[in-house]
Design a protein around this ligand. Sequence first.
Ligand code: KPL
Length: 323
Amino acid sequence: MRIDIIGAGALGLLYAGKLAAAGVKIRLWVRRPESADILRRKGITVKEQNGESLHMKYPGFDVQLMKNWPPAVQTGDWVFLMTKQNGVREAVECMAKGAGKNLHIVSMQNGIGHTDTIAKYLPYASIYPAVTTEGARRSGEVVVEHAGKGVTELGGALRGDSGSVQPFSTAGREKLLADKLTEAGFETRLSENIEKSIYRKLLFNAVINPLTAIWRVPNGELLSSPERMDMLRQLYDESIRIFESCGIGWQAEWWEELLQVCRNTAFNCSSMLADVMAGRRTEIEAINGQFIRLAREAGVDAPLHKAIRDIINGMPYIQGGNG
Ligand code: KPL
């Protein structure tokens, strides 16, 4: 199996390193020549929680610059789009320059809105929304810590060639991918209801990420005082009211599950806190910004999401930074 992975952030490196070690032909696509250089010189190191580590040397995997898309040799059986939300448009604009017809794109972004962007630029590609709870943290340019084993859910294919994003049949090729991912150490399930998982993750990200970024605390600290818990709950309740106004299904267990995510990842920095600390643009628009959009469409208010979005957007970031 050949997989093109776009984006060498924490998740991109984790998947590239472990899949290459499992014998998958990996081609990693990056934006910056310096990133390509260092990956060729140093390879990828994945550190597991049990102290084991894996080192994948170049050319055990290939590295290419995104501006050189499409690949000279055939495109992979799969394309994993692993950029942050903010990098999706640039990546798909680049991909739209090459033939987009036979692309099978797995997209793993936080938040919502990216499948519409992909479909807009690549209407004939098959898009597989995926949700992962794998924890990954970069501790060096090419070193990634597998900070928590999770589960990846892979949805059925969508296509945008009918004018809106619609389900599309791809004759079961997803099963082969799920098996390969599981073999490489990523427990993967095919999901009949990926939308629900996407909204659940959107909710968790909308509550946990901005609050950790504002208070500059790891996830577990959100549970450390009644005042913080109260804020968490208010933001959660506002989000649920918005889901209800839009007819988006939710489950009563989600509150307990959200608290459990904070406990399971107690010592981790959320991705938004990591972005703020590194001066990168955050994913606030794709997360809390989407709640504000949903609320507007349903004719209800979203005062907490709005206040939180304004605070995060007021934090300085480096224009054109590495994200
Ligand atoms: O997905 C996350 C992130 O940091 O982006 C979790 C771990 C759920 C925290 O919101």
